[in-house]
Structure formats: structure tokens, C-alpha cells
Design a protein around this ligand. Structure first.
Ligand code: 5GP
Ligand code: ZN
Length: 139
């Protein structure tokens, strides 16, 4: 399924031209318009899925192998020293385009390049409690 109002549907299916790093029947890999670093790419499925919670397992299973190949090529071609694979789900998590996509962000060793969060604290009871809450919905 495609969504007529979705920019990534249009890009992934070639309706809007893009610089394409990789393409197969399932995905198109493009460069982010506002790259975090040189080479920052996005893996887009050609079908419209809002986020990871509705992505078919078969498609999801292909994302990480592809991300790994692209990351390795970034290290070899661009001299990246590592790369982040980032995938945002929901506005609260920073998702701005609501067509599932995976960021591959090469890192060059600069301190301000990290994906950051503020480490918190935990207790064994707190972890057990949250574990039980989530487990109840895992099935
Ligand atoms: P999100 O925040 O949803 O995980 O990431 C969306 C990403 O898509 C952002 O990094 C943004 O720069 C990129 N983006 C938004 N619109 C376009 C576009 O039209 N073309 C390309 N190549 N990237 C886009
Ligand atoms: Zn879409």
C-alpha cells in the first residue's frame, strides 16, 4: 500500500527523484536532506508502514542486514570510524516523517556526533516492576 500524501512513498517509488544509494524490490536507500554527518542515509521501504509496530516481520528482517552492509561501505569509502542505526517511532521519539525509515549515520570520531541520552538510575525492584508491566503486553 502507498499513501498519496506521504513524501517517503513518493520518494521510495521514484515519483519524486532522489539520489539513490541502493534499490531493490523492497527498499530504496536515499540521503537525508539534513544530514547529521556526511553520508547520512535513510532506508525506506517502498510500501507505506507508519512505524515499526506495523512493519511486516519479513520486511523488518531485511533492514538490519542492509544497514550493516551500508555502514560497512561508509567505513570503507568515507573513512567513518563507526555508524549509528537509528529508528524513531512516534512523535515523542522524534519521528517527523510517518513512513517507517531507518537512519544510518556514519560517525567520524568527533565528540559532538554521538546520539545522546542522559543516563538515569535504576533499582532491582524498579526494573522488576517495569519488566512485569511490559511482559504483560508482550504475549
Ligand atoms: P525522523 O525524525 O522522522 O526519524 O527522520 C526524518 C528524516 O527525514 C529527517 O532526518 C529529515 O531530515 C529527513 N527528510 C525529511 N524530508 C525529506 C525529504 O523530502 N527528502 C529527504 N531526502 N530527507 C527528508
Ligand atoms: Zn509512505
Amino acid at each position: 500500500m502507498k499513501d498519496d500524501n506521504c513524501i517517503f512513498c513518493k520518494i521510495a517509488n521514484g515519483e519524486i527523484p532522489s539520489t539513490t544509494l541502493y534499490e531493490d524490490d523492497t527498499f530504496r536507500v536515499i540521503f537525508d536532506l539534513n544530514p547529521a554527518t556526511k553520508g547520512h542515509c535513510l532506508i525506506l521501504p517502498k510500501e507505506h508502514y507508519e512505524n515499526l509496530t506495523v512493519l511486516p516481520d519479513e520486511t523488518a528482517a531485511k533492514v538490519l542486514p542492509l544497514a550493516g552492509k551500508i555502514g560497512k561501505a561508509m567505513e570503507e569509502a568515507l573513512g567513518a570510524k563507526g555508524f549509528n542505526v537509528v529508528q524513531n517511532n512516534g512523535e515523542a521519539a522524534g519521528q517527523t516523517v510517518h513512513h517507517f525509515h531507518t537512519h544510518i549515520i556514519p560517525r567520524y570520531g568527533n565528540p559532538d556526533e554521538m546520539v545522546l541520552w542522559k543516563p538515569g538510575t535504576s533499582t532491582p525492584e524498579g526494573l522488576r516492576e517495569v519488566c512485569e508491566e511490559i511482559k504483560g503486553k508482550l504475549g
